[in-house]
Ligand binder design. Sequence first.
Ligand SMILES: [Zn+2]
Ligand SMILES: [Zn+2]
Length: 112
Amino acid sequence: MAILEIECPVCAEVLELDDADRDELAVGDVIVCDSCSAEMEVTRNGEGEDFELELLGVLTACPRCGEEFEVTEDMLAAAPVIEAEDGAEVSVVDCPHCRARIELEFDEPLEG
Ligand SMILES: [Zn+2]
Ligand SMILES: [Zn+2]
């Protein structure tokens, strides 16, 4: 059985889809990354490697009010990037519910 490996565009976690998974997916379906909760919409699902996803957003829970909200690519593009105390680069977004500033840290994809 062929396994298609998809790298999450946000956290670089490899998601494995086997033929049965592929059969159940249609264009417009949404896959959620196990690791970072990024949502990806299936934009192509053909034969073999003919498969494409488009990043929709990342569902995250506000550490202050506990409400879940979606961080989109546009939000990330507009978010200032700062250096956290541990030296990691984090993007700062505002919670749409309580306006808390939330630091989002994404693992950099590993080269090679
Ligand atoms: Zn991910
Ligand atoms: Zn909040």
